[in-house]
Every structure is written in C-alpha cells, then in structure tokens.
Design a protein around this ligand. Sequence first.
Ligand SMILES: NC(=O)c1ccc[n+]([C@@H]2O[C@H](COP(=O)([O-])OP(=O)(O)OC[C@H]3O[C@@H](n4cnc5c(N)ncnc54)[C@H](O)[C@@H]3O)[C@@H](O)[C@H]2O)c1
Length: 264
Amino acid sequence: MGERLKGVKAVVTGGAGAIGLATARAFLREGGSVFVADLDRGAVDEAVASLAPEAGAGVAEVAGGTADVRSPAEVRALMRDAASRLDGLNALINNAGANVRSLLVDYSEADIDLILDVNVKGVVLCSQAAVPLIRESGGGSITSTSSQAGRRGWDHSTVYGASKAAVVGLSRAMAVELAPEIRVNSICPGHVRDIGMAWRTFGQRKAETETMEAFGDAFAREHVPLKRLQTADDIAAGFVFLTSGEAREITGASLNIGGGVFMD
Ligand SMILES: NC(=O)c1ccc[n+]([C@@H]2O[C@H](COP(=O)([O-])OP(=O)(O)OC[C@H]3O[C@@H](n4cnc5c(N)ncnc54)[C@H](O)[C@@H]3O)[C@@H](O)[C@H]2O)c1
C-alpha cells in the first residue's frame, strides 16, 4: 500500500462503473479515503463491498451513496453525506457519464438532453456542491473525465464530443476561478478495454467481427500508435497523479491517456 494520497478524502461519481471503480480502488491503495457515488443503490453497495478489503486497518475509509448528478438537491445531499462520512472533503472526481451513439441527423431530443445534462450540467452541479466543502477542508482538487471525443472528431459522437469538449473548457475556467485553493484538471481517456462505455460502443459497431475483443484489437492496430487499448487502471493512474501532491503545480491541464490516439 502506498501513501501518495494519504489524507485525501474523495468523492468519485460514476464510482460503480469501470473507470470510477478502478479509480476508487487506486485511491484506497494510495491511502486515500473514498466515497463512491452512483445512480443505483445495489451497484453502489456492491462497489463498496468489493473495495472494503482495500481500505486497510483504519488508514483509509470507503463509503458510498446514490445521487443523479443532474439533480441539484440530490447532489448537494450526497456531498454533505460524503463530507460527514469521511470527516471532510478535499477531492472530487467528476466521472459519471452518458453516451448514446447516433448520427447528427438522427439524434432524438431526449438523447441530446441526456448526454448534455449528465456530462456537462452534472459536472457543474457536483462541482458547485463540492467547492464550499473542499474550501472548508482547506483546499484540494477537482478532476473530471473528458474523452478523446472532446479533443478529436469521431463519427456518431457529435453531441458526446461536444459534451466532453465542454468538460475541458469548464475545467480550465474553474481552474482560474477556484485558484489557488482548488486545482482543477481533466483527463481524456482513449478507448478503455474494460467493460464500460467503450465496450458498449464497440458492441454497437461490431457487426463485422466475431467478438468485441477482436474488434477492439483491430481498432487499436489501425488507430492507436501504442497498438493497444487502455485499461480502467491506466485512467485511474492519471486520477491518482493529478489528485496527489506530485501535481501541486498543475491546474487547468487536460491529460491525454490514449496510447497516442490523439495528441493535441
Ligand atoms: N470507457 C471509455 O472508453 C471511455 C473513454 C473516454 C471517456 N470515458 C468517460 O469515462 C467515464 C466513465 O465511463 P466508463 O467507461 O467507466 O463507463 P461506465 O458506464 O462503466 O460508468 C459510468 C458510470 O456513470 C454512472 N452514471 C451515468 N449517469 C449518471 C447520472 N445521471 N448520475 C450519476 N451517475 C451516473 C453510471 O451508472 C455508471 O456507473 C464517463 O464519463 C465516460 O464518458 C470513457
């Protein structure tokens, strides 16, 4: 067990999903305490139970709760609950996300609203609710999950790409507004191999291949300079770094973790 996040008390939204759960586990392994936040009570309980052995002998703590990141009241209650359970709050990982793949001309209004509300409004609402608590705890950091889709164009990803570009823009503006007490950064994952959004995306596109794994490998060979897809642990490592004291001079940054699939 490491100590890079000793004293960190973090909320991870989308904490029961692939990247969120890996991030919560990585935080606990580095001595940080974690509050797993997600939509579904059963999934949160399962995540907390699977993480409990990592929490160690009183060094770090793990707890969890539900909130829809689109609901200001639910998000405020969740952040207060987290700060009370962890005895403070000094890190927020805005990681909950939604996507519906569609051609621009076919997007339904409901899908447009879902993607923008979860991915953009959700980051704003969670940050609004967390900032006073982070300030009360003496400062800290906010790190949000953007995407390669926010940095380069992909077909069937216009609205999703716009929402993830907004996460980068929001993080930069928040970095200026919340300095010097709170550092704000974002991470742009490539395609994550673990079951999660990318996997479902491949599922929607895989008609021509026998397995999603084969589709993913073919995709990586063709598009990714490092010739592999990323894992949820690869993305979690970025969250650990940006939350840790090693990144104390880094704010307003957007970290690409995509094997070189995009570089700007
Ligand atoms: N998997 C990838 O390849 C990839 C690539 C780039 C970016 N991302 C981003 O990473 C983040 C995590 O994705 P993942 O791959 O782990 O997918 P995932 O589906 O496993 O996790 C997403 C989590 O967000 C939660 N969530 C969705 N809507 C919510 C809401 N309204 N309120 C609260 N929670 C909600 C879901 O319940 C789920 O647990 C997302 O923001 C996604 O856009 C993923």
